[in-house]
Design a protein around this ligand. Structure first.
Ligand code: HXC
Ligand code: NAP
Length: 267
């Protein structure tokens, strides 16, 4: 199969500067790597400095580009301001934010403690707001600003064991639409990318461990899980000039899973 990233030209994202939350691992590491490959300066952030440092070193070896790695918790609004300021100080501007930091686990609604529910809302939804709020002045000042929120398709249906994450991602998609109309005048586009089941990710390890993965694959009309590079390619497209007229949109990248129906079976 052709690598989906090979269709873009070298330098396609030159001149852009992106902050990627959750950029040390999984899907958002893939997005950070693709952005760096096509000439974008990148700052990755999450809680674990050692993980970020290892990813930055890997991306430097792969692309020759120095990637800034700053530990911060998206639940701390001041820390998010600090990340944006540090990226601006290093690269001169920030014109792109990818909100990818998230937490999830399987749990029946009745088994969720108030703190468990709140924790996922705080990371996925409130954390995305903190990062967007921190980045807005820089995105506006840079011109051609863009926020990509990484959501999901869980909330398109009733998804068992996923009340917390579904509620959080529904809120993030709502934020995409609201910020898109409020910030269009400031030259900032806001979009969501909603992945379906993506292979070799922490998300799928948690949601479909072992044999459940086999079942989950049957719920994908294209017959396979997606790849991290397929999500990264959508992010490169959204950052490219080809997507300059797109804002407020949720791009679903899921092999047809949400069109067919829910992925999770009844427990
Ligand atoms: C029930 C749970 C639980 C579980 C934690 N909690 N795991 N409750 N079932 N399996 C409860 C805890 O008991 C606690 O409540 C509360 O959640 C907070 O837990 P902490 O461990 O203190 O939180 P924290 O250290 O902030 O960690 C957050 C986390 C953790 C979400 C719980 O798993 C994490 O850091 N995850 C990051 C990585 C991740 O999840 N990646 C997958 C993203 S995939 P009490 O009441 O005891 O204090 C994704 C996929 C979307 O989002 C869609 C895919 C199709
Ligand atoms: P992942 O590798 O676990 O990515 C989540 C990232 O968020 C981690 O790098 C984690 O790093 C960071 N993070 C968690 N809590 C944080 C906090 N409080 N502050 C800052 N960073 C925090 O999982 P993934 O599967 O690749 O998921 C990436 C994104 O895609 C998520 O938004 C997820 O909801 C979405 N998604 C995934 C799938 C899938 O199939 N995997 C499907 C749909 C949507 P630290 O632990 O270092 O903080």
């Amino acid at each position: 199969m052709t690598n989906p990233l090979d269709v873009f030209r070298d330098g396609a994202l030159a001149g852009h500067v992106a902050v990627v939350t959750g950029g040390g691992t999984g899907i958002c590491k893939g997005i950070a790597a693709a952005f760096a490959r096509f000439g974008c300066e990148v700052c990755i952030t999450s809680r674990k400095q050692d993980v970020l440092d290892a990813t930055a070193a890997e991306l430097k070896a792969a692309t020759g580009r120095d990637v800034l790695a700053i530990a911060a918790d998206v639940r701390d609004p001041d820390a998010m301001v600090g990340v944006v300021e540090a990226a601006k100080a290093r690269f001169g501007k920030v014109d792109t934010l990818v909100n990818g930091a998230a937490g999830n686990f399987l749990a029946p609604a009745i088994g969720l403690s108030p703190n468990a529910f709140r924790t996922v809302i705080d990371i996925d939804l409130v954390g995305s707001f903190h990062a967007a709020r921190a980045a807005f002045p820089a995105l506006r000042d840079a011109g051609d600003g863009l926020i990509i929120n990484i959501t999901a398709t869980l909330h398109y249906h009733g998804t068992p064991l996923q009340l917390h994450a579904s509620a959080a991602k529904a809120g993030v998609d709502a934020m995409t639409r609201n910020l898109a109309v409020e910030w269009a005048g400031a030259g900032v586009r806001v979009v969501s990318i909603a992945p379906g089941p993506i292979a070799e990710t922490e998300g799928m390890k948690r949601l479909a461990p072992g044999d459940a993965a086999k079942q989950a694959r049957k719920a994908v009309p294209l017959g396979r899980f997606g790849s991290i590079d397929e999500i990264a390619a959508s992010a490169v497209y959204m950052r490219s000039a080809a997507a300059a007229y797109i804002t407020g949109t949720v791009l679903v990248v899921d092999g047809g899973n949400a069109t067919l129906g829910a992925m999770m079976m009844m427990p």
